[in-house]
Design a protein around this ligand. Sequence first.
Ligand SMILES: C[S@@+](CC[C@H](N)C(=O)[O-])C[C@H]1O[C@@H](n2cnc3c(N)ncnc32)[C@H](O)[C@@H]1O
Length: 194
Amino acid sequence: MMNLNKTYWDAAYARDEIGWDIGYASPPLKAYVDQLTDKSIKILVPGVGNGYEAEYLFNKGFTHTHVIDISAQPLHNLKNRVPTFPEDQLLHMDFFDLEDSGFDLILEQTFFCSLPPSKRQSYAIKMHELLAPKGKLVGLLFNTTFSGNTPPFGGNEKEYRAIFDGLFSIKVLETAYNSIKPRKGNELFFIFEK
Ligand SMILES: C[S@@+](CC[C@H](N)C(=O)[O-])C[C@H]1O[C@@H](n2cnc3c(N)ncnc32)[C@H](O)[C@@H]1O
């Protein structure tokens, strides 16, 4: 397995090899956000990339939205599109080094699948640590396998249950009905509660 470090992700952005980037807030996450009422909640979007969901949240008035990426380029892109996004909520760092807590909501989209599978348990533990009591990790996980030894890395419902079950209450884990066309039938929408 190659080293999926900052250099790897910086190179992907430098070469514009960002096949995961859909260019707008993904419909399943947008639909979830649209039914939230309390705009004061503390939100995190890790491995945010160009951050269309974070942009959507911020513009809707969810001003306590924090984003992290190991690569600086996508954070600059987000800041350019949303100049009023607070600098101290744009975190250029490794997710696993984040020392914070009390998030009410953490949004997942193609960050989990970008990590080496050996880090999946650490991901679950870190998410649990970052969330407030009753806080939710919500998003999408691929329900398919990919070939090759570079991201994305897929999986299935059984594997995901084994990873998250002990730490979270699995409220929803089912095929998303509103995926974008290329991902239709191949992604699970989930809500895991601490
Ligand atoms: C596949 S992209 C997904 C971007 C975005 N979530 C989306 O759906 O468009 C994975 C992102 O995670 C970032 N990343 C990978 N490993 C990371 C880590 N350990 N800490 C923070 N960000 C990381 C990469 O730089 C990249 O922007």
